[in-house]
Design a protein around this ligand. Structure first.
Ligand code: NOJ
Length: 536
């Protein structure tokens, strides 16, 4: 039966774009990006062709973890603007036919949130049980061996009330107690607050952390730990994360979303594939899209990537919609992981796989990690484990818009230094250049959005060797495409054995060869990727 796009929801047909608000566009010269700044750049996103925006947290926050420590779930931090600015942003996004999704951070609040201030005020405060308080062991030590992601123990002693509280991240980010129904209700009301305003969905922070072992058992040692890793990796977090009961919470969140029309949630989950797909929930009543970080974590190796795509496709539950991510604000930038040339191949991969792609701001112009001198490091993960080089700042530097001072990002002193190459690598310069990575992104997006086979069609692996992968995308009643990507720097070729590959190159990472005919044999230079429109 002919594929009908109407049967797919906006988040299945669309392309997400992550905005890190501190670094996108400053409007008032304080060196920090803000909501009016984002509004002023929406036309870029519309032009690029992405259809949904996810903004990292813009709520009131002491910024110990740059907004992932929230002091008021229903407000806007003054550094980013005010609620009027937010309403305007939502309106302007919708006016351009795009969707807006927010970052929801349910696992922990800031220690400055009024809930925590109450909770820590006395043992019998009604909000005491809203957070995770435990007695010391008889020798005064922490209740168990759980570690914090940002270094050290996960337990902080509270002198005044004589108990420890648990924090999976910074001590300024106490974990909420999601086993408490009052917490659940308060947080579902937060979702409703934003849904009532009309936001289209949420990216849910560390979804797999929300529920911990009811008995608080010690985590076992991680046999794969190596010295260069974060200290958190010393243990396998089998009791502090991914507990069975978390799925009830995810399902309850889904039910809140379903009180409204056509809303959705993405779950941030770093887990092995079999555990990840469980977050789609029984009968797909969990997260619409549990983030798939496989491409972020893998070696850039053709065979491994091909086999991982197959494993992912195979592990998805019936009706579970796939998604793909190449970069985010917690990981080194794509260009710095795979190199400039392969970044183009990676873009072609991201935008031709089956499933919703998420693009990290700046990847469309090939931003690289910017080295931040140690005395300018801001990220707590970098500051707390200085010898391990884990700072996330390099991937969070300001966007390059043009060649004016500070790349058009701010008229003030940027909160993080910019890449030194901004005069050459910026949106304005790349926009009209046929060979730029920005043009490649735009054209890939355009093709994906206009061809049902690429947007929602089937995926069929065709070939994989140690350099190259090739696959087909098809949709009944529409043109089919074969994508061949050389993930190495050396030339490679293959002759398809079981299928007849005849067609014309529609898009190539090196545009010169577009329009060429392909008949059976595919021959690629190193770092080449091609999309072939197959003959009917
Ligand atoms: C995941 C977020 O992506 C990261 O930036 C943050 O530090 C932690 N969660 C804690 O909220």
């Amino acid at each position: 039966m002919e594929v009908n796009l109407q049967n797919y929801r906006w988040w299945q047909r669309g392309i997400f774009y992550q905005v890190y608000p501190r670094s996108f566009q400053d409007s008032n010269g304080d060196g920090i990006g803000d909501l009016p700044g984002i509004i002023s750049r929406l036309d870029h996103l519309k032009w690029l062709g992405v259809t949904a925006i996810w903004i990292s947290p813009m709520y009131p926050s002491p910024m110990k973890d740059f907004g992932y420590d929230i002091a008021d779930y229903s407000g806007i931090d003054s550094v980013y603007g005010n609620m009027e600015d937010f309403d305007k942003l939502l309106h302007e996004v919708h006016a351009r036919g795009m969707k807006l999704t927010l970052d929801f951070v349910p696992n922990h609040s800031s220690d400055q949130h009024p809930w925590f201030i109450e909770s820590r005020s006395s043992r019998d405060n009604p909000k005491r049980d809203w957070y995770i308080w435990r007695d010391a062991r008889p020798d005064g030590s922490e209740p168990n061996n759980w570690l914090a992601m940002f270094g050290g123990t996960g337990w902080e002693w509270d002198e005044q009330t004589g108990q420890y509280y648990y924090h999976a991240f910074l001590k300024e980010q106490p974990d909420l107690n999601w086993r408490n129904p009052e917490v659940q209700k308060a947080m579902y009301d937060v979702l409703r607050f934003w849904l009532d305003k009309g936001v289209d969905g949420f990216r849910v922070d560390v979804m797999w952390h929300m529920i911990k072992d009811a008995q608080f058992r010690d985590n076992p040692p991680n046999p794969r730990y190596e010295q260069h890793m974060a200290t958190y990796e010393q243990l396998s977090p089998v009791y502090s994360t991914d507990q069975a009961e978390v799925h009830d919470i995810v399902r309850a969140m889904r039910e809140v979303l379903e009180e409204y029309d056509d809303r959705m949630m993405i779950g941030e989950i770093y887990l092995p594939l079999d555990k990840l797909v469980a977050y789609y929930g029984t009968d797909n009543r969990g997260a619409h899209l549990p983030f798939n970080f496989l491409l972020l974590q893998m070696q850039w190796d053709a065979r491994q990537i091909a086999s991982m795509i197959d494993q992912y496709e195979g592990a998805l539950p019936a009706q579970g919609w796939p998604n793909w991510v190449l970069s985010n604000h917690d990981q080194p930038r794509l260009t710095s992981r795979v190199g400039k040339q392969q970044a183009r191949v990676a873009a072609m991969l991201l935008l031709t796989l089956r499933g919703t792609p998420t693009i990290y701001y700046g990847d469309e112009i090939g931003l690289q990690d910017v080295p931040i001198p140690f005395d300018e490091v801001q990220d707590p993960q970098g500051l707390n484990m200085p010898e391990k080089n884990l700072s996330r700042d390099p991937a969070r530097t300001p966007m390059h818009w043009d060649e004016t001072e500070n790349a058009g990002f701010t008229t003030g002193k940027p909160w993080l230094r910019l890449g030194r190459n901004y005069a050459h690598r910026n949106v304005a310069k790349q926009k009209d250049r046929h060979h730029s990575i920005l043009t490649l992104y735009k054209r890939l997006i355009e093709l994906r959005q206009s061809e049902p086979a690429l947007m929602v069609g089937n995926y069929m692996p065709v070939h994989a060797d140690k350099q190259m992968i090739a696959y087909m995308r098809t949709a009944e009643g529409h043109d089919s495409f074969l994508i061949a990507l050389n993930l190495s720097h050396k030339p490679s070729y293959f002759t398809a054995k079981h299928i007849d590959i005849k067609g014309t190159i529609e898009i190539a990472t090196v545009p010169g060869i577009e329009g060429s005919r392909i008949d059976g044999v595919i021959n690629l230079y190193g770092d080449d990727g091609i999309i072939i429109r197959l003959d009917k």
